[in-house]
Design a protein around this ligand. Structure first.
Ligand code: ZN
Length: 857
């Protein structure tokens, strides 16, 4: 059997190498290399030069090969010279992002590859990114390799299951600080104001987890026992204020997770590096997490929720050190293994660290709506996503792995019980430390510790796409007792799925505690005997405490009762879930958006929960700008503005003054509303106790420009004069994207696609202004070109950019005409499957908008 397999592998290898090397990294190539190669170590010597368009260096790569079959090394967009394999010169021919090391040069056993290389460095679109700090005219370089850009920085085997030990030597200006995965072993001057830094060798890590950053970074609050925190020098003062909280949360998280996983922190040190304009919230490089500076040093006046969201980000990246870095998915089809658990464990850890916070309520708010809004579309995928080629891995990132997966994991913890859940994770991490694993390994670990079979559960929740809607039918008899109670599920997409659902049902009464029933629904319909003869409830809610995953709308009788009672529901979590269910009904075109908005505006003044109030204000904004008719909006806006203004100035709690300020800025459109924004900008009006920060101010400027306020130009000029910082220049670019004129849109659109020097986060931040809610007519001509640009964006941009792009351009529209354009594009364009699914996913919101507006004109 073994020989036969080896022969098959050899045949496959020869097939792969006979013709032109494949584009990207096909799954088959990855499998074949993982079978052939082991014991990898990379010795990299790299020189970083200020302002240079590239970095160059020398590499020695060692590995064992099980045979003398040829090997494909990955490298794209750079230059290779002086290539030798085991001392024999080999032509450095690069084709389709690969260099072929011929069979004649490869030994069965140990091999050494030696080469010189040059890799591109740029402000956008490359693996090594340059950030130019306009505040003090300095520059910073940093890497971001996930999912397959390490091969744009140096020749490597760029797949997660070929872990290597990295030994990095960096030469850089001697006034720069350099940070990488491991502690620094030594520094030595090399003349010309340059210094060589040697880092100690890493443990075995995947290529996408290797990283470095360099520039005049400064270390904040260096305290023994606390993780290091690095920031660019121009933000040092600001970072000093925030650092203690960030470092404390991280240190507490390390203690908590080490205990929970029964595994000490897996790497020799842990640093946090703040990167301005970083493409995502954070990236969990082993031992050196990079965080988006803006997510840590707030650019707007922060609320309590903003602080807790920052904690979640810190704990998410921290969890990855175990879940992702110590034990890594074999291939990106199991991306959910690391992302789902990092997200779930971040909330789990924060719930333990801050037991007074209602963390699971926040989990519901941040996680579930995002998951449901994708999982109910034709563009959804299973949690486990088949990825045939690593070049398609970017498309796996999105709410299915970041939101559905943690939602499903919460359900799993409920099914298994907390102890089994914890023991299963411990076993999984122990068995696969410094190695790779697949979802089935995790399922086996849970089965082993719990003695329960999870095969059916996994088949539906991990391998099957979509979600259930669960409904209830109930009635009471003349004695006011329940005489009928059945729960039913159906597949939201109509594809015939039936899920095993564990849930807790609440029977609510006007007085006294509710009755809670734990229910397992494994079939399409179940009559619930245990509910019979219970006192007749005021209303029924099927997903009490949010244990289950699915759509849980209120039955008609319950909905009426809830609308009457909602303001009086004392438990904030329950109130949040009921509001969420009503909003789901709005999005199903089953409940008039105007009715929802009026209810929200009536109950908001008394709402005591900040994050619930914040999400309701968000729903009101969406409802006004998308779902209700223009006539209804005109009627509602003055009241909404007046309420927002009053609460912004007179709420007793500062957090509420801040969220109502944000609400006013979002909904203001009348002359009175705009006048208030101008008064806030001009200093005639102040919010008690709240110092507005630069981004608060710039978003007001953006709104005034977008709404075509007669004073917009002078307001913009005043703000540009007032804020000339690097951030200020970026925000001015964002604000001007909202200009309601065709020439300006043309200029911006051109810039987005054809100016390679424009930093990616400038574009990302300006897309909302470009597609402002009131400018659909101006932006409709760009809808189709935006869709046509998707292949280019998929290739050149970082992971989340494409989704942000699609959301902005499609959500800028709400008409049947726009809907028709999207549908026509889908029907006629020849597109990669993953792009097709993304369009289906994102355009679902446009479909809903059109449907809601038609149903409730
Ligand atoms: Zn993550």
């Amino acid at each position: 059997m073994r020989n036969l397999l080896a022969l098959l592998a050899l045949l496959t290898t020869n097939n792969l190498l006979a013709a032109t090397p494949p584009d990207g990294i096909p799954r088959e190539l990855a499998r074949q290399r993982a079978a052939q190669l082991s014991g990898l170590s990379y010795h990299l010597r790299l020189t970083l030069t200020p302002r240079a368009p590239s970095a160059s260096g020398h590499e020695e790569l060692q590995f064992r090969s099980s045979s003398s079959a040829p090997v494909l090394l990955d490298f794209r967009e750079g230059i290779v010279a002086n290539l030798t394999v085991n001392g024999v010169a080999v032509p450095a021919k690069m084709e389709n992002g690969h260099i072929e090391l011929p069979a004649s040069a490869i030994h069965a056993g140990d091999n050494t590859v030696s080469l010189d290389f040059t890799a591109p460095v740029a402000t956008a679109g490359k693996a090594i990114t340059r950030f130019e700090d306009k505040d003090d005219n300095t520059e910073y370089l940093y890497t971001l390799f996930v999912p397959m850009d390490a091969e744009m920085a140096f020749p490597c085997f760029d797949q997660p299951d070929l872990k290597g030990r990295f030994h990095l030597e960096l030469t850089a200006p001697d006034n720069w600080t350099v940070i990488s995965n491991t502690p620094i072993e030594s520094h030595s001057p090399v003349g010309d104001g340059q210094r060589l830094t040697m880092f100690s060798e890493t443990r075995p890590i995947s290529t996408y987890l290797f990283a470095f950053a360099a520039g005049p970074f400064r270390k904040v609050h260096e305290t023994a026992g606390l993780p290091g925190l690095y920031v660019r020098q121009s933000k040092f003062k600001k970072a000093e204020e925030e650092a203690p909280e960030v470092q404390q949360t991280t240190a507490q998280g390390i203690d908590y997770l080490s205990n929970f996983f029964a595994q000490p922190f897996p790497f020799p040190k842990y640093d946090l590096v703040l990167i301005p304009g970083f493409a995502y919230g954070g990236m969990e490089h082993a031992g050196a997490t990079f965080l988006r500076e803006e997510s840590v040093l707030f650019r707007t006046a922060p609320t309590h929720s903003d602080h807790l969201n920052r904690d979640i980000l810190l704990l998410h990246e921290l969890t990855h050190q175990w879940f992702g870095d110590l034990t890594t998915m074999r291939w990106f089809d199991d991306l959910w293994l690391k992302e789902g658990f990092a997200q779930y464990m971040a909330y789990h850890a924060l719930a333990a660290l801050k037991p007074k916070e209602n963390i699971w309520k926040r989990f519901y708010q941040s996680i579930k709506p995002a998951a449901y809004s994708i999982d109910s579309t034709k563009g959804t995928t299973p949690i486990y996503q088949n990825i045939a080629n690593l070049k398609d891995a970017k498309s796996a990132y999105g709410a299915i792995v970041y939101s559905k997966a943690p939602g499903v994991i919460k359900q799993l913890a409920f099914v298994l019980g907390e102890e089994n859940f914890r023991d299963g994770l411990r076993l999984y991490l122990k068995e696969h430390a410094y190695a790779n694993a697949e979802w089935s390994d995790l399922v086996h670990a849970f089965e082993k510790v719990s003695g329960k079979s999870l095969q059916e559960w996994a088949a539906m929740w991990i391998r099957h796409r979509g979600m259930p809607q669960v409904d209830v039918a109930w009635s009471c008899n003349a004695q006011d007792r329940i005489d009928h109670f059945s729960v039913m599920q159906h597949d939201v997409l109509g594809e015939g799925g039936v899920w095993p659902i564990a849930m807790q049902i609440e029977l609510a009464y006007p007085e006294g505690a509710p009755t809670r029933l734990r229910v397992q629904l494994n079939t399409e319909k179940s009559d619930l005997q245990e509910a019979h003869a219970k006192p007749c409830p005021q209303y029924v809610f099927l997903n009490d405490q949010d244990f289950a995953y699915g759509r849980f709308l209120l039955d008609e009788r319950s909905r009426k009762a809830v609308i009457k009672r909602l303001g009086g529901v004392s438990d904030a979590f329950e109130r949040t879930l009921l509001w969420g269910s009503l909003w789901d009904s709005v999005r199903e075109a089953d409940f008039a958006p105007r009715e929802f908005l009026e209810l929200a505006l009536r109950l908001l003044p008394a709402e005591a929960d900040e994050s619930l109030a914040q999400s309701l204000i968000g729903h009101v904004t969406t409802g006004l700008h998308r779902y209700v008719s223009d006539a209804a909006r005109a009627q509602i806006v003055p009241n909404a503005e007046a309420l927002a203004s009053d609460r912004m100035l007179h709420s007793t709690e500062q957090d509420f003054r801040i969220i109502w300020f944000r609400g006013l800025r979002a909904i203001a459109e009348s002359p009175q509303g705009r006048a208030q924004l101008k008064d806030l900008l001009g200093g005639k009006l102040a919010i008690p106790g709240v110092d507005l920060r630069p981004l608060d101010r710039w978003t007001m400027v953006t709104a005034l420009i977008a709404l075509n306020d007669p004073d917009a130009d002078s307001v913009l000029a005043a703000e540009e004069k007032r804020d000339q910082s690097g951030d200020g220049q970026k925000y001015a670019y964002m604000a001007k994207a909202a200009r309601p004129d065709a020439a300006s849109k043309q200029k911006y659109f051109n810039d987005y696609l054809h100016d390679p020097s424009r930093p990616e986060d400038w574009i990302a931040q300006s897309l909302g202004g470009f597609n402002y809610w009131n400018q659909s007519d101006l932006t409709l001509p760009y809808l189709k070109p935006a869709l046509e640009a998707l292949p280019q964006i998929k290739r050149d941009r970082k992971i989340f950019f494409l989704l942000g792009w699609l959301n902005s351009f499609i959500d800028g529209q709400r008409s049947p005409a726009a809907q028709a354009q999207v549908r026509e594009f889908l029907a006629t364009a020849s597109l990669d499957k993953d792009l097709q699914l993304k369009i289906l996913e994102v355009s679902d919101e446009l479909d809903r908008t059109v449907k809601i507006r038609q149903r409730f004109p």
